[in-house]
Design a protein around this ligand. Structure first.
Ligand code: G3P
Length: 221
């Protein structure tokens, strides 16, 4: 399973990229607003900078309400960098746009997917990635990982090319569970990605090794 980082914060992306485990970045309007609202920046320049930091799919989301507008935005985003994936919210208009952009060879990431049927429709529209949300499903008392498992199984059973991207990750266990049920990608908030590294026994083990290594340094090597 590939790991993407789910943020538009350039500092977080630089740090995550330096760790050598990230294969892509996903953004959305909320993440962009969190980092850049009220700032005089070009979103195109931001996305292009991200493309320079991580050599992999970089998702940029459309905001038009209709297919024509989404297609126009997608065509524009695709000119920004070869690694830009056009992120399109699920819906009738969105899937019309996915079909059109796919037919033009533009990669798409269908977002806000919450059911197996939505994933089936996105796959039939030609989606490159299908972002099935875990945390927001859990937040309302249902099984977000169970939907990931359903979607993974359907993509495999019917040999769709669409890749299943586990999104809306809330904690490290969501990453483990997404990998266990076969998600192709998990896009992970920076804070959660950092949490994945930590285990108290590793920390205490390193401290113990270092203490014992110091004893050796007291002895002629
Ligand atoms: O960026 C897509 C998705 O991961 C966002 O989910 O629930 O954290 O807003 P959420």
């Amino acid at each position: 399973m590939q790991l993407f980082v789910d943020t538009a914060d350039l500092t977080e992306i630089r740090e995550a990229a330096s760790w050598g485990v990230i294969s892509g970045v996903t953004t959305n309007p909320t993440l962009l607003a969190k980092s850049f609202s009220g700032k005089d920046v070009s979103i195109k320049a931001v996305i292009q900078e991200i493309c320079g930091l991580v050599d992999g799919p970089i998702s940029m989301e459309v905001t038009s309400p209709d297919a024509e507008g989404m297609i126009g935005e997608g065509r524009e985003f695709a000119t920004w960098h070869p690694n830009v994936y056009v992120k399109i919210p699920f819906g009738i208009e969105g899937m019309k746009a996915v079909r059109a952009l796919t037919d033009e060879g533009i990669n798409t990431n269908v977002t806000l997917v919450f059911s197996a049927n939505q994933a089936l429709l996105a796959a039939n529209a030609g989606a490159t990635f299908i972002s099935s949300f875990v945390g927001r499903v859990d937040d309302v008392g249902y099984d977000g990982i169970g939907i990931i498992e359903q979607v993974v199984n359907l993509m495999s059973l019917h040999q769709f090319d669409s890749l299943v991207l586990a999104a809306s990750i809330r904690h490290p266990l969501h990453v483990t569970q997404s990998a266990e049920v076969g998600a192709d990608i998990a896009t992970i908030p920076f804070k959660v990605l950092k949490q994945m590294y930590f285990h108290p026994l590793t920390e205490s083990g390193i401290a113990s090794f270092n203490a014992d290594a110091a004893k050796l340094q007291a002895v002629a090597v």
